[in-house]
Design a protein around this ligand. Structure first.
Ligand code: GTP
Ligand code: MG
Length: 222
């Protein structure tokens, strides 16, 4: 009865790793993952105990609480992207995880990010003026994930760790999106904007768990 939900809509251009991240969170092994374009909207659920629960004393609720991650997976292909608008109207979530691939075109991914921005507004009201006003009070989480950070350096191990060298490259890549990210903050001033750098495929499970730890704090302020 103490359980809580963290609900996110997972968006980003095709091939950035949305489905891979969701599968990893669900506990799938990298070897069993199949690369396949998502063609439909899938609501995936997974009840997990966040690692941080171990940091609380046994008598605290937080030590026993489970979090149910509800991740809505979406197709990233631009021809199917209008489904984002549908999904945002149909499923109420706490916000979005927007994934980026440093090896893909910046322009194309910026378009995807702008689409997500517009569809979030459309989901509030199809009248743009009204949507802008509603957005002022919305407390969404807009979390941007630079995925595939393993591709930014030659690395051979199976487990990915973020080195200062890789982080610098990832930050540099993300700087191209600063204007659009700021636009989210301006339009939704009460929202939380966050950033993570990871590898959905090669980050150890606990690093992926950390991402949801951040979302949890944003959502429940604990
Ligand atoms: N090197 C590397 N490859 C990754 C990573 N994450 C995903 N991939 C690969 O990228 C490809 C696309 O991954 P998907 O998870 O299917 O991408 P998607 O965003 O769901 O794509 P759509 O469903 O078409 O929108 C697959 O071959 C994955 O194995 C990562 O962190 N590192
Ligand atoms: Mg997919």
């Amino acid at each position: 009865m103490f359980d809580r939900d963290i609900r996110v809509t997972v968006l980003g251009n095709t091939g950035v790793g949305k489905t891979t991240l969701i599968e990893r969170i669900k506990g799938s092994k990298v070897k069993t993952l199949q690369a396949q374009k998502t063609l439909n909207i899938n609501a995936e659920e997974k009840k997990i105990r966040l690692r941080s629960s171990e940091l609380y004393p046994w008598y605290s609720i937080e030590a026993h609480r489970k979090y149910r991650i509800v991740a809505i997976d979406n197709p990233g292909d631009y021809k199917l992207r209008r489904m984002w608008r549908e999904v945002l109207r149909k499923f109420t979530t706490d916000g979005m995880l927007f994934l980026l691939d440093p090896k893909q075109s910046i322009v194309v991914q910026k378009n995807a990010m702008e689409d997500s921005y517009n569809y979030f507004l459309d989901s509030l009201d199809l009248n743009p003026k009204k949507a802008d006003i509603f957005a002022q009070n919305k407390k969404y989480i807009f979390h941007f994930v630079v995925n595939k950070c393993d591709t930014l350096d030659n690395f051979s191990e199976n487990e990915f760790t973020l080195t200062p060298y890789i982080k610098e490259k990832a930050v540099d890549f993300l700087s191209h999106f600063a204007f659009t990210m700021d636009e989210f903050k301006r339009t939704f001033p009460r929202s939380k904007i966050g950033i993570s750098y990871l590898s959905a495929k090669y980050s150890p499970y606990l690093d992926l768990d950390k991402l949801f730890e951040i979302l949890k704090v944003y959502r429940y302020q604990t």
